[in-house]
Design a protein around this ligand. Sequence first.
Ligand code: TXA
Ligand code: MG
Length: 342
Amino acid sequence: TKYWKIDKIKDDHKIAMEEAAQLIKDQEVVAFPTETVYGLGADATNEQAVAKIFVAKGRPSDNPLIVHVADEHQIEQYVTSIPDIARNLIKAFMPGPLTIILKSNGKIAKNVTAGLDTVAVRIPDHPIALELLRSANLPLAAPSANVSGKPSPTKADHVFHDLNGKIAGIVDGGATGVGLESTVIDCTSEIPVILRPGGITIEDLKQVIGEVMLDPALTKTEDQPKAPGMKYNHYQPDAPLWLINGDANFFQDQINQLVEAGKKVGVMGSVELKSEIQAKMIISCGTRQDLKDIAIHLYDTLRAFKQTDVDIILCETFVETGVGQAIMNRLNKAATRKITQD
Ligand code: TXA
Ligand code: MG
């Protein structure tokens, strides 16, 4: 696996980007930073290249990938049409952490869309991602650059840990910005449907297009989710994660019970929680006052428990406003159990 560290100030970045783009053109897969999480990219028009993504990640082939493009004009090349609502979304949020689902015109490789007649597209808001897209001059199919089932990578280290030796290259552009994946919105129905909450919040979307619906699967766990990928286990750390919904005393009781039963307990939560409870191992992921800060550190914190020997991770819950909705969506998927105070 080739590794390029890109420091914006230095001049060598052009050479690195050209090398990375050449690997893409040679049908190889390369990991690169976006503003959300690191992506694992391959030529979205080439089935053999795309197949390598599924192999490297161990990803089920019925879970379609997002196609990354450099601009709106490039979106037009792969869809039958762009409805007005989608145009407005593109104008308002792209480049940025939003993915739109449109009707595919069939020019994207079949294994990218998992045989669906729709395609997910987004324009990443990251200089390295955009430069790679322009240099390769190809649409890039790119899921998050983690092994399937693990937390998405927000640092090149995470990609290296999961995929070194399995992919052609890693472009290290430092830590990503948002820390959670893009919001996925289906624009093929009259009223757009949010399939995955993410960096762009529902409040943001409503301001631009008025009515939006939430995929019922996001609120009712018994329903089959519509985004094919949402049915798999996701974001799992190396020890079971339990979500604790209650006050500090309740949280402390949960810790004490497990410790008494001989378990090594790790706690994940805000700096506020950290100041309110006692435990041997507490890793903080930011302040409750700023959910964006929690989002940025969420996956890195989930991964940080790997270096510890905890048997179980207890994590607090967060309010589901703004990006809190995406945070709780990911934590609910990562968790194997939820305990709520009466
Ligand atoms: O922020 C992101 O979106 C990152 C970065 C790398 O850009 N990418 C990412 O890709 O999260 P991935 O493959 O991990 O997630 C793609 C999501 C899955 O939930 C998948 O099921 C859904 O998008 N998806 C893709 N194509 C779809 C389609 N045609 N219809 C419905 N859902 C689709
Ligand atoms: Mg993913």
